[in-house]
Design a protein around this ligand. Structure first.
Ligand SMILES: NC(=O)c1ccc[n+]([C@@H]2O[C@H](COP(=O)([O-])OP(=O)(O)OC[C@H]3O[C@@H](n4cnc5c(N)ncnc54)[C@H](O)[C@@H]3O)[C@@H](O)[C@H]2O)c1
Length: 265
């Protein structure tokens, strides 16, 4: 039996952690998948990589902005129209914004970080829950069935601060609290909502496209990761697969650090 036999939706699927999650979903047996991102070219690249893993996967690509109510509602409606239901969602779309303290950060940049990271996740979660509420609960005979599972890709910076990232830290704290509150509201409906909180991860966002100055500036942060290295996107993706699967059937409202020990230090 596939780990993820149902229908999935992943945002931010054109790059980094979202893209790795799309590939991990297909490896876990999810063959009906909606992928969303601002970057249409990135989505095509993900589709191409999926085709190398599975010839059976049916992929719906949606290029658009998760801060738009219309885009998000259309994305979820199109997923249900094409595949009949929605079982798992991973909300990975996110931005870090310019590095600046609160005095220097432009208000429009701070607002955009909150809009993409918090508002975008909120809009996706509420549309995803709306679709999942229509499912009949399913699962193994000895465990109460679930209607759906949602994972937000938050950050260790929901729990510890980072210089020069006030809006980003605030937005990720908001995402974790959103997941906790939604978990309380939708437990009775059999919908699980959790977060994965990555540490430094080798993606265009994490490394600023391998910019040497960024990598140098992050050396002290890397030193706070006891495993002493950057995470790979697929190591974050595997945690998202786990939390969506029935192996995590009793995990609810949790923020799982996948960070080489950063938060333990
Ligand atoms: N890389 C890290 O070190 C790290 C650490 C902790 C948390 N995270 C979080 O992981 C998530 C994924 O980031 P990543 O590192 O893979 O970055 P990434 O830049 O490689 O991927 C993010 C994707 O989100 C998309 N996106 C951005 N704004 C969007 C919008 N408004 N609508 C739709 N799509 C949008 C981008 O086009 C991009 O494809 C983010 O939420 C990020 O905050 C990353």
């Amino acid at each position: 039996m596939a780990e993820l036999p149902g229908v999935g939706l992943i945002t931010g699927a054109g790059s980094g952690i979202g893209q790795a999650t799309a590939l991990a979903f297909v490896r876990a047996g999810c063959t009906r998948l909606s992928l969303a991102d601002l970057n249409a070219q990135g989505l095509e690249n993900t589709r191409h990589q999926i085709a190398e893993i599975s010839s059976e996967a049916q992929i719906n690509l949606a290029a658009g902005d998760v801060t738009s109510v219309e885009f998000v509602d259309r994305l979820v409606d199109a997923t249900v129209a094409q595949f009949g239901r929605l079982d798992y969602a991973v909300n990975a779309a996110g931005i870090i914004g310019p590095w600046a303290n609160s005095q220097e950060l432009k208000l429009e940049d701070a607002d955009r970080v909150m809009d993409v990271n918090y508002r975008g996740t909120f809009l996706c979660a509420r549309a995803e829950v709306r679709a999942m509420l229509k499912n009949e609960p399913t699962g193994p005979d000895d465990i109460p069935g679930q209607r759906g599972a949602i994972v937000h890709i938050a950050s260790g910076l929901a729990f510890v601060g980072r210089q020069g990232a006030p809006a980003y830290c605030a937005s990720k704290g908001a995402v974790v609290q959103l997941a906790r509150a939604d978990a309380l509201d939708y437990s009775k409906d059999g919908i699980r909502i959790n977060c994965v909180c990555p540490g430094l991860t080798e993606t265009p966002l994490g490394t600023n496209n391998n910019d040497p100055a960024t990598l140098k500036a992050l050396e002290p942060v890397l030193a706070l990761h006891p495993l002493g290295r950057w995470g790979k996107p697929r190591e974050i993706a595997d945690a998202a697969v786990f939390l969506c699967s029935m192996r995590a059937s009793f995990i609810q409202g949790h923020a799982l650090a996948v960070d080489g020990g950063h938060l333990a230090a």
